[in-house]
Design a protein around this ligand. Sequence first.
Ligand SMILES: Cc1cc2nc3c(=O)[nH]c(=O)nc-3n(C[C@H](O)[C@H](O)[C@H](O)COP(=O)(O)OP(=O)(O)OC[C@H]3O[C@@H](n4cnc5c(N)ncnc54)[C@H](O)[C@@H]3O)c2cc1C
Length: 394
Amino acid sequence: MDLQRSNVVVIGAGTVGSMALWQLSKRPGLTVVGIEQYGRVHSHASYAGESRVFRTAVHEGGTYVRMIQRSRDLWRELERESGRDIYAEVGCLSIAPEGFPDFETALGTVREFDLPHRTLSTEELRAEFPQHRIHDGDVGLLDAHGGGLRPEVAVMSALDLAEANGAELHFNTAVIDIEERANGVVVRTTQGAWLADSVVIASGSWSTRLSPELNDLLRLQVLGLTWFMPKRPDLFAPEQFPAFLRDAGSVHFFGAPSFDGYAFKACTNPEWPVYRDVAEVPTAHTREELIRIGQRAAELFEGINPEPVRESVHHCAYTPDRLPVVDRSASGRVVTVAGLSGHGFKFSPQLGEWAAGLAAGDDLDAISGWDPRFALPAHLERLAVSGPYTGGGH
Ligand SMILES: Cc1cc2nc3c(=O)[nH]c(=O)nc-3n(C[C@H](O)[C@H](O)[C@H](O)COP(=O)(O)OP(=O)(O)OC[C@H]3O[C@@H](n4cnc5c(N)ncnc54)[C@H](O)[C@@H]3O)c2cc1C
């Protein structure tokens, strides 16, 4: 088989892959190829589903704040360069019973990093956000830099810009395997083979198929999305209704304002087991699941029809502690980004920037903000103590 040449091949033109392609395409003199098993922006990837929550007031603690702040700048840059609306900074509202652990961590994060925010009492929540059914004892945290991202538009924009900058993109082309050689990495696909100086593997839920060393670390969590029709859609428009996280007892909901003018997104905890391969993942909710989600939504939102008007089921690769894998092999030729763990869309521009730097051979010290805990050996060391991921909320 003839080998085509390229400096860098990016495997997977999804969330991270598109951001890496965009960044790599800006580097002068570098030939860049992107390979995607499905078409240009599709419904099978972990980015599918209209919106993604962006928040700086993260309850996962401060590890993510620098990545998120850098990503916020890059989301704006992507909007400017593409001329498209990608990030609606409408705020992100966390509502939880006073003292709820995740809420307290998020509050600690905004205070520690001096992030713009407002706290709201039960009465203030009731007065200002009548769309939410506020329970006695609920308190609020409005993250002013939070909001809703439009994932399909983001991926399309990054790919279009990469291509306009000279990257060569191949769709409906699956990578079958990769082989490291002394003079580069051979990438074999269903439509030919490339010899690259380096590769970025950004294959999301399919990661273990190309990188078996991730087998023990990654598990697939199934995440369902549901949209509800309010009686007053105007109250759920982006100008009125921030993205949100809600905790009530053991129930967790997250969602986004209405981007289509008739329904808003409100989704709850996954209740599926974890899986190892995409082929095992269910593709739809059952009727019973939809009835239960609708009942819970009706307890949290005012004036909604409890039957989801749209629903879809997705998957995402998780690490046990939800830190992403961002690593380069000993040879320096294979860069792996994986395990975005159900919260990585918001900081994917930063991951793409790191992947581009690693693939282009930048010094690890020059990769600003990269954390040694993201390296695969560090993940595997922690895994030996924690054991594999066994399930959990979004
Ligand atoms: C339902 C749901 C809700 C979420 N909500 C949020 C949220 O509100 N906020 C947030 O920040 N994050 C959220 N996330 C997480 C975030 O969307 C994902 O973590 C992120 O999209 C994963 O990006 P990725 O690049 O790893 O994978 P993907 O975006 O899935 O990209 C992987 C790509 O690689 C391709 N590929 C795989 N194997 C091959 C191969 N062999 N050859 C060629 N191509 C291949 C795939 O087709 C795919 O296009 C959510 C995730 C889900 C599923």
